[in-house]
Design a protein around this ligand. Structure first.
Ligand code: ADP
Length: 720
């Protein structure tokens, strides 16, 4: 990634093929800029050489007026039917060129390349061969009129060769475009196949791992002698390592497919540092290293960001620091570099006094699967993915991960992040602390549904040991049968992959027509986004990713009984909307204990970035006003399409809405748009009333937030 891209925050990738409105706007600008400049220079030259022809000035005026009108129409906020307008301009552009040929006599021969340029331009910008052929046809018809001019009649051979080039060159480009599209489709299917394969591999690895760690937990609990207990502990510790590696592999594949999505939630820096430290301090102590943290005391406000990913990066850096240090110390420092009313610029720095890193490796270690040889036993832990993922995450957050180190002199990894300050924390004191262990709960009636016999047996054993009554089912049908006959369960633990009838189908069938359904958790070995989106809106209380650990089960049981909310094992898999706004259903009592998280509709980091791009004061205002109109129009389109039951139109409008939201940092609404795009047909249809109501509400609040930002921007511009 180039520096300039990085400086602007997230890299902005221009798509290869543009949507009709953007393509038309770009073309209008080109016509006005390039065409206008050529005409002005051309007229000046012609004047200088005393070659003036009678119709040049009116033709120049006509062309500039045409270019300006199209530009104005294309830049309108509510620009309707852009693809039809493209067909009209494809004709008119060639007609204009023909006009030039007819009035310019000999100079008209310079126009021929522009016919070709225009036709190819239409094809390339819109990705549509049809529109390219329309433009080409208009050019052929236009050039057919050229022999009306004496110059062309006298040079009929040149006229013919021009005609042939207009027919052949765009025709050849059209063949190349076909090849390009085929290659693109192939690349897309390849990357889909890759992510599917990873999902499957992760599933295959997690399922046995689930059995291994449950069995080890049982041995640890039941063994009377010290030795088997210690061995069981070792198995558990190794499973944790293995799971971390599988997660890294999945994260890396997601990052390389551009699928990492960051949340925007308020983060308490000191709390985050405490959670991160809890996971490394023990290991540091085991190696007799001193471990310390320093947080700049001026950091008093919470900041907006993704706590899960920020913690992952820090845990990874600190984990490496402990791993590659045998004597001395490891420290984490968060310092404040700059402070404004709205944001902090903070430096997160991890130092160690370990083996250090030779200069020649300092760039390479950020590549996936790279480890330095000869660093002792430590190097055999890990898959060489941690730094690669951390680097990409930090860049997504708008920073850059850097290293300063020398052999034998320790290492220092750091990154700077600009993070928006969040309003002071609401004074709710009686919230439960999700970091604290849950209180014990016994005697619950639980239904475990899993098609894997070993897992079923182990889960049953673990839960029975906790004093619960456990009923099991091996298939979805069996589970539904039990649910219709047996008294109400306190919690259902549903494996997602149940063969013929997956867990979400079972839950939906059960919840449909049940007055007071039991709360449910999904157990899944597949931690990908695809599954997460499949599980949305099924009404489950949460998801536990396999291998499921006892403390997670305890949390789930407690959440179902109205205690703390169990943490999904992969919180990063869930969209912002899902984690903060799940339909209550049986989750009601559990959610009433949750901390009220202030909802952030617009990511101010994006707005700040926009502010830093525009040179004119009104740039952000104009841009946001246009976005407001687009959000309004696309929301209405989705609502109308949902009402008609036209899911394709709803998804198309969702796609357009996602685009505007991404440009303006309207993350919450963007997640809803993504929800409309990704939710399965039957869920979307069944739940459309609720989705429509939520969408309308979020869209309104997002527009209110944007309006406030516009007002703020104008106030700042006016110097208040
Ligand atoms: P992993 O730790 O899983 O091997 P990483 O991507 O986190 O993978 O790190 C890649 C490599 O960079 C490590 O294997 C190690 O050789 C080197 N490295 C990372 N952090 C440090 C450190 N603090 N001190 C020395 N070497 C390090």
């Amino acid at each position: 990634m180039s520096r300039s891209e990085r400086d602007g925050g997230r890299p902005v990738k221009k798509p290869l093929i543009l949507d009709a409105a953007t393509a038309l706007r770009g073309q209008a600008l080109l016509r006005l800029g390039l065409g206008g400049a050529i005409i002005v220079i051309g007229l000046a030259l012609v004047d200088l050489l005393h070659m003036r022809l009678p119709y040049e000035l009116p033709m120049g005026g006509l062309y500039i007026a045409y270019a300006a009108i199209v530009y104005l129409i294309a830049s309108r906020r509510r620009f309707l039917f852009p693809s039809r307008a493209s067909y009209v301009t494809a004709w008119l552009d060639s007609a204009m060129l023909t006009g030039w040929i007819l009035v310019s006599g000999r100079v008209g021969q310079l126009i021929v390349p522009f016919y070709i340029f225009t036709a190819i331009g239409y094809g390339m910008r819109t990705g549509s061969k049809r529109i390219m052929h329309v433009s080409q046809l208009a050019s052929v018809l236009g050039l057919a009129l050229a022999p009306l001019v004496p110059y062309w009649r006298e040079n009929i051979a040149f006229w013919l060769s021009s005609m042939v080039s207009i027919v052949i060159i765009p025709g050849y480009v059209s063949i190349l475009m076909d090849k390009l599209h085929r290659a693109l489709r192939f690349a897309e299917s390849e990357s889909k196949a890759k992510s599917d394969l990873l999902a499957r591999v992760s599933h295959e690895l997690r399922t046995p791992l689930s059995g291994i760690s449950s069995a080890a937990e049982l041995i640890e609990a039941e063994a009377k002698e010290e030795r088997p207990r210690r061995l069981a502990k070792t198995i558990l510790a190794l499973s944790v390592h293995l799971l971390a590696d599988i997660n890294d592999l999945l994260d890396q594949s997601k990052a390389s497919l551009g699928k990492l999505e960051l949340d925007n939630e308020p983060i308490e820096v000191d709390r985050l540092v405490a959670v991160v430290s809890a996971s490394v301090e023990m290991r540091a102590r085991q190696k007799s290293l001193s471990y310390s943290t320093v947080i700049d005391p001026r950091i008093t406000d919470r900041v907006i960001g993704d706590p899960h990913w920020l913690a992952r990066v820090l845990i990874n850096l600190l984990g490496n620091a402990v791993k590659f240090t045998d004597f001395g110390s490891v420290s984490l420092e968060v310092s404040l570099l700059q402070e404004s009313q709205d944001a902090y610029l903070m430096r997160f720095s991890v130092r160690d006094t370990g083996v250090g890193i030779a200069r020649e490796y300092q760039e390479k270690i950020f590549d996936p699967f790279v480890q330095i040889k000869g660093q002792g036993a430590a190097q055999f832990e890990g898959a060489g993915l941690g730094l690669a993922i951390s680097k990409q995450v930090v860049e997504l957050m708008g920073g850059a991960l850097r290293v300063r180190a020398d052999v034998g002199m320790g290492s220092n990894f750091w990154f700077d992040l600009q993070m928006m300050r969040a309003p002071a924390r609401p004074s709710v004191v009686d919230e439960p602390d999700s970091v604290l262990p849950p209180t014990e709960l016994h005697g619950q009636r639980l239904l475990v549904v899993d098609d894997n016999e070993t897992n079923r047996y182990l889960l049953q054993e673990l839960l029975q040991r906790e004093g619960h009554e456990v009923v099991t089912a091996a298939t979805g049908e069996q589970a539904l049968d039990l649910l219709s006959r047996e008294p109400r369960f306190d919690l259902l633990l549903l494996d997602y992959n149940l063969g013929a009838m997956d867990g979400s189908m079972v839950l939906q069938a059960y919840r449909f027509g049940t007055r007071n359904p039991s709360p449910a958790y999904f157990l899944t070995a597949d931690a990908t986004l695809v599954t997460a989106s499949k599980l949305r809106d099924t009404g489950a209380l949460g998801v536990l990713t396999k291998p499921v650990r006892l403390h997670e089960l305890r949390r789930a049981i407690q959440a179902a009984s109205g205690g703390v909310q169990a943490q999904a094992a992969e919180p990063g898999e869930f969209s912002f909307e899902e984690r903060t706004q799940r339909p209550t259903g049986p989750a009601g009592p559990a959610q009433s204990h949750l901390r009220p998280v202030p909802v952030v509709f617009v990511d101010m980091a994006v707005i700040d970035r926009l502010r830093s791009i525009g040179t004119r004061q009104v740039f952000v205002k104009e841009l946001l006003e246009r976005a407001l109109a687009d959000i309004d129009a696309n929301t209405l389109n989705i609502l109308a399409a949902l009402e008609r039951g036209d899911l394709k139109a709803a998804r198309d409008a969702g796609h357009a809405l996602k685009g505007v939201c991404m440009e303006t940092g309207a993350m919450r609404l963007m997640n809803m748009a993504l929800g409309v795009m990704r939710t399965k047909d039957n869920y979307l249809l069944e739940d459309r009333a609720r989705i429509a109501a939520e969408l309308q509400d979020t869209s309104q609040r997002t527009r209110d937030a944007l309006q406030r930002i516009i007002a703020d921007t104008m106030r700042q511009a006016a110097g208040f």
